[in-house]
Design a protein around this ligand. Sequence first.
Ligand SMILES: [Zn+2]
Length: 83
Amino acid sequence: MKTGTCPKCDSHEIFSGDRVALKKGPFGSNSIPIGLTSIAALDNFVCGECGYVESYVSDTQKLIEIARKWEKVGSEDIEEKAD
Ligand SMILES: [Zn+2]
């Protein structure tokens, strides 16, 4: 999607919302909660043909935080994460 092609319909009508001012706004309108006091802003990519949406966390510090706090999918042993 970031390269300009929709993974669902192969359209090249891809639009990026990474400069939308509200993404880090007071209501966290375009963000996901990482923990009790932390949110990560999202960059959205929308296909103008089929409407498919892909979202990315662009803040690398937030990605590190997620890796530290969230449970990894597909891992057999569930390890305790120290906060
Ligand atoms: Zn599409």
